[in-house]
Design a binder for this molecule. Structure first.
Ligand SMILES: [Ca+2]
Ligand SMILES: [Ca+2]
Length: 507
């Protein structure tokens, strides 16, 4: 593997240019980043040195002392569909009740500013699992058929399988459980199970919840059962166990008992500004799609009811994650297992008159991201640095002592797992649709749409991204610095008819 090859993580943007852009951006003067970007290239080089020298890292971190040369760490890889940051320990929504996700977070490092590569199921998962960004593969949206454009054998599980692991998967890891069979040792057969208990998609959301199902009517219950069995009997090989939970994805319809903790009359709406869309470029207004869910909720009066349903469905998911953690605690591999939990993207529930994912602001792109790495992470770690899900591939490879393939475009976050407050030079980048991107640093979010429309928000002063500063010349250098992280060369969208301007109603 070549260090230079990995410099193409931001395609066509060599480190020399990063340094040039960083120096010329005025960041150091404006303190826009919590680090001196002059050091950014050096940090990136150091990270890539670690990437090619896992043995060196092992010595520095004490890793070898924990695992020894022979014992590969096991991996419990938990993917959660449509789980936004409404988990209690992140404090975004005060009524979230997720004690099990919280106790997992308390054991290791939780990332307070973690973002998806793409705010949609299929491209988010394709990017994370292949290590390649949508602008490299052309998988930008649901329906882009990742299996036809990403080469078989590049999947993360294939790295572990070829290294001698038992690579076991269950539930929703890729979109709709799609997968290359050759990349797994075994995969759970979920035929006959219902991902959502047979509840119509709009029940609990735009429509009242009429059905009353049991925990075990949702396939997640059985996916967790299947994974529990692997934790109880992990076998002789090191284990890579991927557990993909379908909930809290629509329908927001768990068993009714989960609603009890969320009385409808007490439900709080998320932060909201009526005139918020007034300063958005046309592409941003179209992406908000206020004429869709928001308009319907104004008509049917179910905004609070939908929030209640989402909170209750997250509580159901939290219950399943708790079962998984309990099983790990009773497993013979409990002390030698890395746990990583990630949501595939965020979920808006009315902010900017937007609902669901499919947009580039804070709520649809941000999600829980939790790592517990025995011998490396410390309990109670909270990392404020901006990271994205492209980090998963190189980080897991590095932790397991596996070579990181040159096509993996993310940055390893091992330095942040070791020290959550370590200096960090890399923003999180999210992409939705062809040539629509968001760059999120600790102090800024910059959005650039395919038609040239821009948004710029200052964090933490404007946490809800209400005040678009893109047209303010005071911040022109900030925009230049953030724009430098975007790709110069991109793969065409899979769909020939893909719009470069977001249509009314969103993508
Ligand atoms: Ca999803
Ligand atoms: Ca606004």
């Amino acid at each position: 593997m070549s260090i230079l090859a990995n410099n193409s993580g931001r395609r066509g943007l060599p480190l020399a240019k990063i340094a040039k852009n960083a120096k010329g951006s005025g960041f150091a003067e404006s303190h826009a980043f919590p680090f001196d970007l002059i050091f950014a290239p050096r940090i990136i080089w150091a990270m890539r040195l670690f990437r090619v020298c896992p043995f060196l890292l092992a010595i520095l971190s004490g890793w070898a002392a924990v695992y020894g040369a022979e014992a590969k760490p096991n991996v419990l890889f938990i993917a959660v569909d449509d789980l936004n940051v409404w988990v209690t320990h992140l404090g975004y929504h005060p009524q979230a009740l997720t004690p099990n996700i919280d106790r997992l977070a308390a054991r290791g490092v939780t990332f307070e500013r973690a973002y998806c590569a793409v705010p949609a199921c299929e491209p988010s998962r394709a990017a994370l699992m292949s290590g390649q960004r949508p602008w490299s593969t052309g998988c930008y949206r649901n329906g882009d058929e990742w299996m036809e454009i990403i080469a078989e054998g590049r999947g993360l599980s294939a790295r572990f399988k070829e290294a001698g692991y038992h690579a076991a998967g269950a539930g929703k890891i890729y979109h709709s459980q799609e997968r290359f069979e050759s990349e797994w040792s075994e995969y759970m057969d979920t035929s006959g199970l219902q991902s959502h208990g047979g509840v119509p998609k709009m029940q609990g959301y735009h429509e009242p919840l009429l059905m009353d199902i049991r925990d075990e009517d949702i396939s997640d219950w059985h996916v967790v059962d299947w994974c529990i069995e692997r934790l109880q009997n992990p076998g002789d090989k090191p284990l890579f166990l991927a557990c993909g939970l379908h909930k809290p994805h629509l329908p927001f319809a768990p068993p009714r008992k989960y609603y009890d903790a969320f009385p409808l009359e007490d439900i709080q709406l998320p932060p909201f500004l009526e005139e918020d869309l007034d300063d958005l470029p046309p592409a941003g207004v179209r992406m908000a799609g206020a004429q869709n869910d928001y308009r319907k909720f104004q008509e049917n009066g179910r905004w609070k009811a939908a929030i209640r349903s989402y909170l209750a469905t997250c509580a159901y998911t939290d219950m399943n994650i708790g079962r998984l953690i309990d099983a790990l605690d009773k497993s013979p591999i409990r002390d030698n297992t890395i746990v990583v939990l990630w949501g595939d993207h965020g979920w808006s529930l009315g902010e900017k008159k937007h609902f669901r994912k499919f947009a580039l602001w804070e709520e649809p792109t941000r999600m829980p991201f939790i790592w517990v790495v025995p011998g490396l992470t410390q309990p109670g770690g909270r990392c404020p640095r901006t990271v994205d899900l492209m980090s998963v591939y190189p980080t897991l490879c590095e932790l397991a002592g596996l070579p990181v393939p040159g096509y993996a475009e993310g940055e390893s976050i091992v330095p942040l797992l070791k020290d959550p407050l370590a200096k960090w030079a890399v923003p999180a980048i999210s992409t939705f649709g062809f040539q629509n991107h968001s760059v999120r640093s600790e102090n800024w979010r910059y959005i650039r749409y395919a038609d040239g429309g821009e948004e710029l928000y200052r964090h933490p002063q404007d946490p809800h991204e209400w005040n678009n500063l893109a047209a303010d010349s005071t911040y022109s250098q900030v925009k230049i610095g953030l724009r430098a992280w975007l790709p110069e060369k991109v793969s065409e969208s899979r769909r020939k008819a893909a719009p470069t301007v977001i249509p009314v109603g969103g993508l």
